[in-house]
Every structure is written in structure tokens, then in C-alpha cells.
Design a protein around this ligand. Structure first.
Ligand SMILES: CC(C)(COP(=O)(O)OP(=O)(O)OC[C@H]1O[C@@H](n2cnc3c(N)ncnc32)[C@H](O)[C@@H]1OP(=O)(O)O)[C@@H](O)C(=O)NCCC(=O)NCCS
Length: 176
């Protein structure tokens, strides 16, 4: 899971330094206009609080967090929500795919997706689900990687600086 200039790995636990780097990536994505649950401006305190909550999920075995690191630190991340209802043990949600603007358009998004799918398989998951802003950069990435488009919910969320955007749901079967 690596190229000469960067590595992608699953974190066994989120330490303070990881949380700091992950907060940087999240703040950068929101500043860049990504609709990823937060409004602009996103304070460091709010971003750190989000990642601390994620850290608890990782400690409890409910989530898997993957990070990509380059010479400057964490430059990308993606999560799997492993904890699901009793009747969906084979499923995980893929969430918070974030690549810092400094590292985009170099294939890192695709690398993180492949690594997340491999992690899901290793965790015994055979079905993944995600949602993305309709017709956005991420939706294009998922479709290129073979995710199946389910449908759109118009006006689902706000852009970070206001205005509604639609979301599109996708799934991917990992069997075979
Ligand atoms: C969506 C996102 C994760 C994609 O990350 P990325 O690392 O740029 O993804 P990739 O590099 O794999 O692919 C992006 C584009 O770069 C192109 N690309 C990949 N490697 C390349 C290379 N070596 N040279 C030139 N272009 C390249 C891909 O073909 C793709 O092109 P397209 O957008 O025209 O389809 C990133 O834009 C992001 O973090 N956005 C903000 C947060 C967000 O919206 N997250 C999604 C939540 S659902």
C-alpha cells in the first residue's frame, strides 16, 4: 500500500499527533469547499473534537481509519464504519474520504479506496455503502472504481459556504 513518496496504512489507534494531522486535512477540505458534514469556517477545536470521537470508535473496534502520509505528514484519510445493526454484519459504510489539496490528482484517492476495500475484506465485510455529493469529484472517483450508483436525494446537505447540494448513494459488493 505505498509509493516511494507516500504510504497508506490502517491506524491501530488515533494518537494526538494523528488527530492533529487529520484535523489539518479536514479543515483544508472544508476550506476548499467540500461538503463533508461541516460548515466553513471549521475551527480547529471542532475538527479535533470530531477526530477524538472517531478515535473512540477506533478504540472500540467500531471503525477503521486509514491514513496516507507524505513528507509533510497525513495528507489523506478514509474510514470504514464496521459496527452495523445485528442483521447486517457483512456490511460497512465507507466515510470521510478526504485528500488534502496538496496531494490531489495523483491517484491517492483511488489508492485509499483500494486500501479501504482490502481492509473491509480482511474484516469479513462483503458489502460497502457510501454517499457522495452528486456529480462531484468523489462521485467520479467511485464510479471509475466500479461502485454502483443507487440514486440521488436532492437538497440533502449544505455546501460549507451555504446552498443545498444533492447526495448520491453507491454500493460495492466485495464477494469473490
Ligand atoms: C474526492 C477526492 C478524495 C479525490 O482524491 P484524489 O486524490 O484527487 O483522487 P485521484 O487522484 O485518485 O483522482 C482524482 C483525479 O485525478 C486524476 N489523476 C489521478 N492520478 C493522476 C496523475 N498521476 N496525473 C494526473 N491526473 C491524475 C484522476 O484520473 C481523477 O480525474 P477526474 O477527477 O477527472 O476523474 C478529493 O478531491 C477530496 O478529498 N475532495 C474533498 C473531500 C471530498 O469531497 N471527499 C469525498 C467525500 S464523499
Amino acid at each position: 500500500m505505498s509509493t516511494p513518496s507516500r504510504t497508506v496504512r490502517r491506524l491501530a489507534a488515533l494518537e494526538d499527533a494523528h488527530i492533529d494531522g487529520l484535523a489539518d486535512v479536514l479543515i483544508d477540505c472544508v476550506e476548499g469547499g467540500a461538503s463533508v458534514s461541516f460548515m466553513y469556517p471549521l475551527s480547529r477545536e471542532h475538527a479535533v473534537a470530531f477526530w477524538r470521537q472517531v478515535a473512540q470508535g477506533v478504540a472500540a473496534g467500531q471503525r477503521a481509519v486509514l491514513v496516507a502520509e507524505d513528507g509533510h505528514g497525513i495528507c489523506g484519510t478514509v474510514q470504514l464504519v464496521l459496527a452495523q445493526p445485528d442483521n447486517q454484519p457483512h456490511r460497512a459504510d465507507l466515510a470521510k474520504m478526504l485528500v488534502h489539496r496538496r496531494a490531489r490528482r495523483q491517484g491517492l484517492g483511488a489508492e485509499l479506496m483500494r486500501a479501504a476495500e482490502a481492509t473491509a475484506r480482511a474484516c469479513g465485510k462483503t458489502l460497502l455503502v457510501l454517499d457522495a455529493v452528486t456529480d462531484g469529484d468523489a462521485a467520479r472517483l467511485y464510479e471509475r472504481l466500479g461502485w454502483v450508483r443507487v440514486g440521488e436525494i436532492p437538497g440533502y446537505a449544505l455546501w460549507p459556504r451555504g446552498g443545498l447540494c444533492g447526495t448520491t448513494y453507491y454500493y460495492r459488493e466485495l464477494g469473490g
